[in-house]
Design a protein around this ligand. Structure first.
Ligand SMILES: *[C@@H]1O[C@H](CO)[C@@H](O)[C@H](O)[C@H]1NC(C)=O
Ligand SMILES: *[C@@H]1O[C@H](CO)[C@@H](O)[C@H](O)[C@H]1NC(C)=O
Ligand SMILES: *[C@@H]1O[C@H](CO)[C@@H](O)[C@H](O)[C@H]1NC(C)=O
Ligand SMILES: *[C@@H]1O[C@H](CO)[C@@H](O)[C@H](O)[C@H]1NC(C)=O
Ligand SMILES: *[C@@H]1O[C@H](CO)[C@@H](O)[C@H](O)[C@H]1NC(C)=O
Ligand SMILES: *[C@@H]1O[C@H](CO)[C@@H](O)[C@H](O)[C@H]1NC(C)=O
Ligand SMILES: *[C@@H]1O[C@H](CO)[C@@H](O)[C@H](O)[C@H]1NC(C)=O
Ligand SMILES: *[C@@H]1O[C@H](CO)[C@@H](O)[C@H](O)[C@H]1NC(C)=O
Ligand SMILES: *[C@@H]1O[C@H](CO)[C@@H](O)[C@H](O)[C@H]1NC(C)=O
Ligand SMILES: *[C@@H]1O[C@H](CO)[C@@H](O)[C@H](O)[C@H]1NC(C)=O
Length: 834
């Protein structure tokens, strides 16, 4: 820039810059520059690139026009003006026109003008250097101001970044530091205030602002912003975790922990409710060994005590528990006993256990097993038609979430092992007849029903069925049928009862026996009739027979035997009757008992009647039986009677007593005896003796009575003579016989005993020969013509002089068919060679 030069004199003389216009034009150059300084710091203001000959620094305050000299140099060294004191420590840098200001004050800001004169002597040049000094202030440390350090979530707040000094423009940066230390810039700009609308919990944290200008940047201290919020809807954690469509579930006896968490500032206070009653305070509610009764609604209430706000969440907790024991299995008939229904039940428990049938289930395309289940039981229907076999096994498996292992039960089906059983009986009071039918042992139980004539039927019952009929209303000859049905069998089983009136029979209509024996009358049912009353016997007087000494009853349901003991011709002969009846009729049969007298025994003769001594108190008697080979007696009556008594002393005047007395009887039951001694006689009395044979009860003719003879003495020679003379032959035989008997003592003790006396005295013997049985068997076995045994009371007679003994039945039982002959077995030992 070229300007007309002003005269130096003018320049120096005037205090204001006046440009004089000469005739000579000078070149004036203007240069502008800006210098930035910072308050308190140093700054150098240059005045041209080279040192001028003269210069003048002046200062113009901003906003004013006045220009005031600060320092000049007109060739005599720099002269600093007073004004310079207000502009800091101003010095002129030696050998230059530049000025340096230490500790720059804010007041130094303004326009410094350096007027420089070069080459004054020759061609003077004037430069104007305009230096605009701008004094900047650094930003001071800002401090943050929050309208609310604890704002409630949702509210609005502001933040202000305050600072005392600082040259604008100032930039603000807003930082947020989270609890975890993550720092983010949330805003920046030239505003020292920011608004936060809708404060939320994410705003919680440290805040600082950073203020910056051209000089520096300063950061405020951090401030904590605490957002108040909550509680949120609580979250409930259930351990162990198990969720179903019903809500949470737990197994009985477990320890269950309920943890409630609700976001809140300040932290929530927790209260637990069970079915709306408070049970616990605190976040974690633990139930050790939870029980089924703890099922219900659990609510967690969270409270923010600062805000006095609350929130609540409810969960439902179901406690699962298993049913008691194990499932129970059963099988029952279905569809009218043609099919089976399997039942499995396991009551109790929550939730209901799951039950499942397995086993021999028939899978049929058309008719598959249908399974229906309800709570705690399951039913399965098996197809009908006898498809299930005997001894099939069915198992029901039960499982429950509260049990680790499943449990089971099983059942089997069985066909009843035997056939149905029918039988009938009568009540004790004869009011009712009961027809019973049973078919035991089936699983499931069989169905049993009765069908009888004229509507006398009875519907089905299980296993057994009793048809009750009033006694006497039962139909004779018509079948009563019992039907029995089991689901495992297609066919129906039956058994049948036909009621018939009983028929009695006997082996002999007429029974005849000899007097004195026992006789058995028999009476039996012809067939096995339905319940028949006891067979009763009536005696010849028509009186019902009891067990007495006279009668002996042997009875079974099928027969009754009456034994008449010790039969007597007059008392016991007659019609006996046995009778019985049942629900459909009665019956009786007569049996005629004929008691026969035994035949007359033979006659006997007393061959010797003699006192044994002179004392006359004993008489020995000996007799012979006429025609004894024929037999026919069982014993003797030996009778004596008083005839007369002579006086003790002759001529004492006592008269003789006259006239016979009554007969005294000695009963001899041994038919073999021939010699007998009667004692205890009165010596002064004259007696008569006689012998009478007895055949059972039949008494024979008495022999001629005899008076005993006195004993005679010295008769031995005569006897011996007679023996030697007449009996020599017999004696030889006797000796031979004796030797035989002694040798064969063991073979024939009876004979031995007879001759040599007995060790054990027996007055009579019962001899049973095996022939007895042979005889009776040969005649038995045919209806109504069996033997009726006459039981002899006494044994058979035996003669005492045997040589060779043979047993010959003299009178046998009558031939079959001869009802009227008495049955008597008489055994005689016949002596030959005597
Ligand atoms: C701010 O500036 C004023 C005047 O310039 C001064 O008095 C004060 O000390 C300064 N403050 C700070 C913190 O620098
Ligand atoms: C910090 O915040 C930033 C941005 O929001 C994110 O990407 C980063 O993962 C955070 N770091 C941490 C440690 O939270
Ligand atoms: C902040 O909010 C106030 C009042 O609500 C308003 O005057 C001001 O302009 C807002 N400032 C900003 C930066 O939005
Ligand atoms: C808070 O921040 C999280 C993730 O940082 C976000 O998912 C959530 O929505 C935020 N909450 C609010 C109220 O903005
Ligand atoms: C709690 O409530 C549940 C469901 O309403 C109910 O089954 C249970 O019996 C209740 N328990 C008590 C102790 O009342
Ligand atoms: C059941 O079975 C019996 C004989 O098998 C028959 O008489 C009766 O009518 C049946 N009942 C039904 C309801 O089918
Ligand atoms: C059914 O099975 C059982 C056991 O195996 C057996 O004892 C019985 O005899 C059988 N019954 C029939 C009718 O087969
Ligand atoms: C009863 O008589 C019957 C014949 O009717 C016979 O078979 C049975 O053996 C007798 N009973 C007795 C104990 O004698
Ligand atoms: C049986 O004998 C009695 C008399 O004792 C008589 O009344 C009855 O008619 C006889 N019965 C028969 C079947 O002979
Ligand atoms: C037995 O004796 C009686 C009278 O004493 C007589 O009548 C009878 O004929 C005799 N019998 C025989 C078989 O001699």
């Amino acid at each position: 820039m070229v300007a007309p030069l002003l005269g130096l004199a003018v320049l120096f003389l005037t205090t204001s810059l006046v440009v004089y216009k000469d005739t000579q034009m000078y070149e004036v150059v203007y240069q502008d520059a800006s210098v930035y300084g910072v308050v308190g710091k140093a700054v150098i203001l240059e005045c041209g690139p080279s040192v001028p000959d003269m210069y003048i620094w002046s200062f113009t305050k901003p906003g004013t026009e006045g220009i005031k000299a600060v320092v000049y140099n007109v060739g005599r060294g720099p002269r600093i003006q007073k004004l310079a004191d207000t502009l800091g420590q101003l010095t002129v840098i030696s050998n230059s026109a530049a000025i340096s200001i230490e500790k720059l004050p804010l007041a130094a800001q303004g326009l410094f003008t350096c007027q420089a004169f070069y080459d004054i002597d020759n061609e003077p040049k004037v430069y104007y250097y305009y230096v605009h000094l701008i004094v900047r202030v650094p930003v001071t440390k800002p401090y943050l101001l929050l309208s609310d350090v604890s704002p409630v979530e949702g509210s609005t707040m502001w933040m202000r970044c305050n600072l005392e000094n600082g040259t604008g423009p100032i930039q603000y940066v807003w930082q947020h530091e989270t609890r975890s230390g993550n720092i983010t810039i949330i805003a920046q700009g030239d505003s020292s205030v920011i608004n936060v609308t809708d404060v939320n919990r994410n705003h919680t944290g440290w805040y600082r602002c950073v203020a910056s200008n051209a000089v520096n940047s300063e950061s405020s201290n951090r401030l904590w912003l605490d957002t108040i919020f909550g509680p949120d809807i609580p979250q409930i954690d259930v351990t162990p975790y198990s969720i179903t469509e019903r809500g949470y579930s737990a197994l009985e006896r477990e320890t269950v922990s309920l943890l409630c968490q609700a976001q809140s500032n300040p932290a929530s206070q927790y209260v637990w409710y069970y079915n709306n009653s408070q049970v616990y305070s605190g976040p974690q509610f633990t139930i050790t060994k939870i029980l089924r009764m703890h099922t219900g609604d659990y609510a967690c209430l969270a409270q923010n005590t600062y805000l006095n706000t609350r929130s609540k969440k409810t969960i439902s907790l179901t406690v699962y528990y298993p049913p008691d024991g194990s499932p129970s299995c059963s099988v029952e008939p279905a569809l009218n006993h043609t099919s089976l229904r399997l039942l499995c039940s396991w009551p109790g428990g929550f939730p209901s256990p799951s039950l499942h049938w397995t086993g021999d289930l028939i899978q049929d395309q058309s008719n598959t097993a249908q399974q229906t289940s309800s709570a705690s039981s399951t039913t399965i229907m098996l197809p009908s038609g006898g498809l299930t076999s005997n001894n099939s096994l069915f198992t029901c498996l039960g499982s429950h979430p509260a049990l680790k292992q499943s449990t089971q039960c099983s059942t089997r089906t069985y066909i009843p092992p035997a056939e149905p059983l029918c039988f009938a009986y009568v009540t004790n009071d004869k009011q009712y007849l009961m027809l019973s039918c049973s078919w035991e042992g089936g699983v499931p139980k069989a169905l049993v029903w009765w069908e009888g004539p004229e509507g006398q039927s009875k519907g089905g019952e299980q296993t057994s069925n009793i048809l009750i009929l009033r006694y006497g209303t039962a139909r004779s000859g018509k079948p009563y049928t019992c039907h029995a049905k089991h689901p495992l069998l297609v066919e129906t089983k039956t058994c049948r009862l036909t009621l018939e009136a009983p028929v009695l029979q006997t082996q002999r209509r007429v029974v005849s026996v000899y007097e004195g024996s026992d006789v058995q009358l028999t009476c039996n049912l012809r067939a096995n009739y339905l319940p028949v009353n006891e067979i009763t016997w009536f005696n010849n007087q028509g009186v019902g027979v009891q067990d007495t000494s006279k009668y002996m009853l042997l009875r079974t349901p099928a027969w009754a035997n009456l034994t008449v003991r010790d039969t007597d011709e007059t008392q016991d002969s007659g019609e006996y009757r046995c009778s019985t009846s049942n629900a459909v009729g009665g019956t009786e049969i007569n049996i005629t008992l004929v008691i026969k007298k035994n035949p007359m025994p033979p006659n006997a003769t007393l061959v010797r009647v003699m006192y044994t001594s002179r004392q006359r108190n004993e008489v020995e008697l000996e007799w012979v039986v006429e025609n004894q080979e024929a037999g026919g007696w069982t014993g003797f009556f030996l009778e004596h009677r008083w005839v007369s008594e002579r006086p003790r002393r002759k001529g004492s005047g006592n008269e003789e007593k006259v006239g016979p007395g009554v007969w005294h009887r000695n009963i001899l039951q041994d038919p073999a005896v021939r010699i007998y001694t009667v004692g205890s006689l009165t010596p002064t009395v004259t007696y008569q003796f006689r012998i009478i044979l007895v055949n059972h009860r039949t008494v024979g003719h008495p022999s001629a009575a005899k008076t005993p003879a006195e004993p005679h003495y010295n008769v031995y020679p005569a006897v011996i003579g007679a023996a030697i003379g007449g009996m020599l032959f017999a004696a030889i035989l006797t000796v031979l016989l004796l030797m035989y008997i002694i040798r064969n003592r063991n073979n024939n003790p009876r004979l031995h005993d007879l001759l040599f006396g007995r060790q054990h005295s027996q007055s009579r013997e019962n001899i049973n020969f095996p022939e007895d049985e042979v005889v009776s068997r040969s005649e038995g076995g045919i209806e109504e013509i069996g033997p009726v045994m006459a039981l002899p009371r006494a044994s058979s007679p035996l003669t005492s002089s045997p040589m060779s003994a043979t047993l010959t039945p003299t009178s046998q039982a009558p031939p079959p068919g001869d009802d009227n002959e008495p049955v008597s077995v008489t055994i005689t030992v016949k002596a030959t060679g005597s």
